[in-house]
Design a protein around this ligand. Sequence first.
Ligand SMILES: *Cc1c(COP(=O)(O)O)cnc(C)c1O
Length: 396
Amino acid sequence: MTNAEIKAMATKYVINTYGERKLAFVKGEGPYVWDADGVKYLDFLGGLAVNGLGHCHPDVVAAIREQAGTLIHVSNLYYIEPQVQLAKLLIDNCDMHQCFFCNSGAEANEAAIKLARKHAKDQARTDAYEIITMENSFHGRTMATVTATAQTRYHAGFEPMLEGFKYVPYDDLGATEAAISGKTCAILVEPIQSEGGVNVPSDGYLQGLRELCDNYNLLLVFDEVQTAMGRLGTLFGYQSYGVTPDIIAMAKFLGGGVAIGAMLTTKHIAESFSPGTHAATFGGNPLASAAAHATLKTVIGEKLGDNAVNMGAYLTGQLMRLKGKYPIQEVRGRGLLLGLVMSVDATALAAKCIENGLITICTNNNVLRFLPPININKALVDEAVSIVEKSLAETI
Ligand SMILES: *Cc1c(COP(=O)(O)O)cnc(C)c1O
């Protein structure tokens, strides 16, 4: 089928929640994807922060093939070997003690929200159910996680939102402390807000949240759905900032393209998720766990976090060289979660980049966001930057 034929069928048969699109990708290899008309693109968005090893990484493909021919799914009524191997590898590489597996970022956050409430109840703080979240955050689209997402445009038409969430500006410790009451049980924050415009924390902000949580007996929950898996340089984003949360939600890159999410926490807090309190039918099933284990093993084994730091610095430097010539404010972010901040609208620029063969996205009107595979090299960065430069010349 061609792009146009796929589009026509999608328009007819698939609910239009994603709006009109032009392309359908049908093949991927490493950092490249091909559309249905055979055109090749350099993918610096990576399936929205999912394809962190690029497309069809051979180790991930091999693990999926082998597991698919052995056992695809069993329920969590039984122990699952690939799941425990994945759990051990995650826990061996962070400060958490146990994992709960699910299928997406929203579900990982949903688990975190439920666990934070349950933990407060278990401490006899029966009125403490409120969670403080940040303006411009993004935590998912289920009722609880979209309520946690403090952006009214995601709420419109779905009211009433869930009870028990309070919003404060990101990076504002004073407003956060003022919002804390006897009803508060947790603070939920992305170490870097990605969807919200690649907003990075000021020095001391995450540490300050940790201190507030310690002082007021609250849980600190990090939504690391985009920041984990080496993207910021360390396996988990919190390790880059030296601030340890109580609960971590992760997904996206974890499965190397296969749907899986995880919530990690300490042994003590995990006890609140006692038998029967929470579940997910597909959570950590053999196929998804095998894919995630192969992905994680590659990220750790090849020290790809270091590469993310090096390539992030190189990409930042190359983009900043364009600053004199074009209305560029800055490059924000950390590792390979980067935003080219323009002083003008960047919607047309993002569209032009795709036309010129580079997949990226415009966030928050004026931010061109890059979430490339973290195993890229300088030549690929050069290729991307030359397309950005050409697209700037054609649109600005
Ligand atoms: C994408 C994202 C989510 C939601 O993940 P889904 O898998 O789409 O449910 C949650 N939090 C953050 C920070 C995200 O980037």
